[in-house]
Design a protein around this ligand. Sequence first.
Ligand SMILES: [Zn+2]
Length: 290
Amino acid sequence: MQLRSPFYELAGQFAVDLPGSRAVFSTRRGGCSRGPYESLNLGWLTDDDPNAVARNRAALAAMVGAPPMRFVRQVHGAEVVRVGTGRMAADAVTAASGASVPGASVPGASVPGASVPGAAGAAGPATAIVGEGNPPPRPRADGQATATRGIALAALTADCLPIAIAGDGAVAMVHAGWRGLAAGVVEAGVRAVRDLGASGELRAAIGPGAGPCCYEAGAEVHEAFADIPQAHRGAIVDLKLIARARLRDAGVGETHDIGICTICSDPALLFSHRRDGGVTGRQAGVAWLI
Ligand SMILES: [Zn+2]
């Protein structure tokens, strides 16, 4: 299929090059899972065969030339963990719990922007690597950032937005549904790459996710983004427009949006939680320094 520039196809997946880094947004192509998870399902927390998921993760890395991938336990919050050797600290901002889809309603979930100073250990030992190994334990977070080569940061999605943020020397990958966007996960991702020493202009890339063609949401979601009137059209909430606005306001110079909606694109191309009534696989956004 024809992708809008600067995205390009790489072994059946979608790729984009950012300053000093590469991001890949996976598709359903090239895996071994069956049924509703056909074929490149990367999500453990589905009813798919875990061995198939493990094989799919290895297959994706091999197909696109990614280093070993690290996953976090996504909770629709705004925590972005820094991964790798050298100085590392968890960026404890807030962590919502519960919801697994952008439109899910979770009473009492996170307070947007709530800060938890000192909740997660600041500067630890000289070497600290989180998210190592599968299956869990993995840190609860919705984004990862690194300034270390040889690590691929992965975020699982099936309608939420996978967003890569990069400047020379550091890269982040975040998982952004409406709750994460409201809680500030995009801003936390930008802070993380700057804290890790990213220099020059920051650029970001938004992968496939629920688009403004399809993403209808309730009053709670509309109210969360009342500050961006152009993101609302009837019941529709334009999460990608909101993400672009948040990235720009956080200091990102240019954001590329792949412009593909998971809900209404070819069902054989991408998983969609909403389209498939919750029984579906997960694709991933993966980013690493090159
Ligand atoms: Zn759509």
